[in-house]
Design a protein around this ligand. Structure first.
Ligand code: SF4
Ligand code: SF4
Length: 347
């Protein structure tokens, strides 16, 4: 396979970002930066910080095929309490309205509940990006009640309303356990019509294709989950699979990288550029290093070198309009209706 050969002849110590650029270039595809320039969208800069998104580490109770974090039960990268304190300190010193906590399974971090409580005391919105199954895992059964008491928004992956599709992507019994968790959340008021407890479901395609229309898919999810399981939810986000990490390995192994990357490039939508999440988000890794988004974090692509690089050195003035660091993976955010941690960007 061409791609695997390319990776093999490339320096194995090179950054994943460099490998991705080589793959993109060798297939004659334009760079993301060239494409932005063609649409008068360079330079791409941040426009304030509305969301502090922290990735508390790679520890997870699952090992999903599409995972862009390469998370799993054996990973040992876990944010320390000292870094968690530095994150809360930034919230204290700023008016950043949202703390968005992701992982891995963020609930497995020993400082998770402390961070939630501290951010809520400061009056900030808190988002828990949950895989659902952790909420019904032994030792975590009281989590749903805690999240409801703290009025945490739950953004939960459920890549399909069909059991076989979810289990194919997320592992055996993942679907049944997710349904069990959703029922528990519904009992607590999450996702019920008129409830302040927001339950957002997240769809990502099962293979190398773009997600369908978000509004139409939300209607189908609502109809099917209600009819089959009596489950309610607030809204659905569709997210494009990014050609990085475990999903990139899958694409390379099945010889589908070129087709998928070409699909993303050819579906470039200039209307998605304004709403790119990197423009209003600052991403923090488990060690406290700063990135423009979680995807750049996975590619070890830090914020631009003249900006502060660590949460302890946070400086709103120099980070709020920083130029964004981009690469070929960024086509995943601008394809079709656009994609972000807040779902599609243009529908
Ligand atoms: S996709 Fe989410 S639930 Fe699955 S392994 Fe990755 S972090 Fe864990
Ligand atoms: S991957 Fe998406 S969010 Fe991240 S820098 Fe690129 S365009 Fe922005």
């Amino acid at each position: 396979m061409l791609e695997l050969t390319l990776l093999r002849r490339h320096d194995p110590l090179a950054q994943p970002m460099e490998q991705l650029r080589i793959l993109n270039d060798d297939h004659g595809l334009p760079s993301f930066e060239e494409t932005l320039a063609e649409h008068d969208s360079l330079p791409l800069r941040a426009n304030g910080i509305r969301v502090l998104q922290i990735n508390v580490g790679k520890l997870c109770n699952q090992t999903c095929r599409h995972c862009h974090v390469d998370a799993g039960p054996d990973r040992r990268e876990v944010m320390s309490h000292q870094i968690a304190e530095a994150v809360i300190d930034v919230l204290r010193r700023t008016d950043i309205p949202t703390l968005d906590i992701t992982g891995g399974a963020p609930e497995m971090n020993p400082s998770f509940r402390w961070m939630v409580q501290e951010a809520r005391k400061l009056g900030r919105q808190v988002i828990d990006r949950s895989n659902l199954t952790i909420l019904v895992t032994a030792g975590y059964e009281d989590l749903p009640k805690f999240l409801a008491e703290q009025q945490v928004e739950i953004v939960a992956s459920l890549p399909c309303y069909l059991e076989e599709n979810v289990d194919a992507q997320r592992g055996q019994f993942a679907f049944r356990r997710s349904i069990e968790a959703l029922k528990r959340l519904n009992e607590l008021g999450y996702g019920q019509p008129g409830s302040p407890l927001t339950l957002t479901l997240v769809f990502n395609p099962l293979g190398p294709k773009l997600p369908p229309d978000q509004t139409k898919l939300e209607e189908a999810y609502r109809r099917e989950l209600r009819a089959r399981y009596g489950i309610e939810f607030t809204r659905l986000f569709t997210i494009t699979n990014m050609p990085i990490s475990r999903f990139l390995s899958d694409l390379l192994e099945t010889d589908q990288f070129e087709t998928y990357q070409r699909t993303l490039v050819e579906a470039f939508n200039p209307a998605a550029v304004d709403g790119l999440m990197c423009r209003t988000t600052l991403s923090v890794d488990w060690l406290g290093n700063l990135y423009d988004c979680d995807f750049n974090q996975m590619l070890a692509l830090p914020v631009i070198s003249h900006a502060p690089q660590h949460i302890r050195d946070f400086d709103a003035a120099s980070l709020s309009d920083r130029p964004i660091v981009t690469g070929p993976h960024c086509f995943g955010c601008t394809a079709g209706a656009g994609s972000s941690c807040q779902g599609s960007l243009t529908s």
